[in-house]
Design a protein around this ligand. Sequence first.
Ligand SMILES: [Zn+2]
Ligand SMILES: [Zn+2]
Length: 195
Amino acid sequence: MACIGHRDGTASVSCSTCASPGCPECLEQVDNSFYCTNCLLQRLQEAEFEAYEAETTTLVRDSRLEAKRRVRRNWILTAIASVVIVPAVAGVVIEDDSFPSALKFVAGPIAGILAAYVLWAALWGIPAAWRWWKGLFAGTSALIVSSEFGWLLLAVSFFFIPIYFGYLYGVFGGAIYEYRKNLKIAAGLLLPDPA
Ligand SMILES: [Zn+2]
Ligand SMILES: [Zn+2]
């Protein structure tokens, strides 16, 4: 039989995918199998796609685990800190003599729950603001570090701004947004933001 690569050649092997006859010089050998050019290119594309898919799958699985961990960690930290903070805040209200005593036993627990919420909100808000802040700095750091005033500004604001804005962001709704987003990521319903 004639080789598909050159007319005067004799086919001694064949493509392992489409069975086209060829000589060993015209077909490509990969792992003891021969491939014609078309099938080889297709096989390479498939391999590339499989590698890409495997990478994406790993990325999604990692981010789901990370989101699950975040949700659990923030609840645990809130619960642990609440053991101390909730009675302390409630106690401040209850022991405050300027507060109407008729309202104390309602206001005390409410203040305690609010304190727990603020804590939980800060745990979601501050890391979110920190990620935003770091992203912002990645583009402008060269400008800031080139002057002495920039250094001072950097030192003061670098930690203060994300903590302050993260706290505000968390308390005024951001925490609920971040919490719901992480629940969705953990459930595999949402892809995480590109890092
Ligand atoms: Zn082939
Ligand atoms: Zn040939």
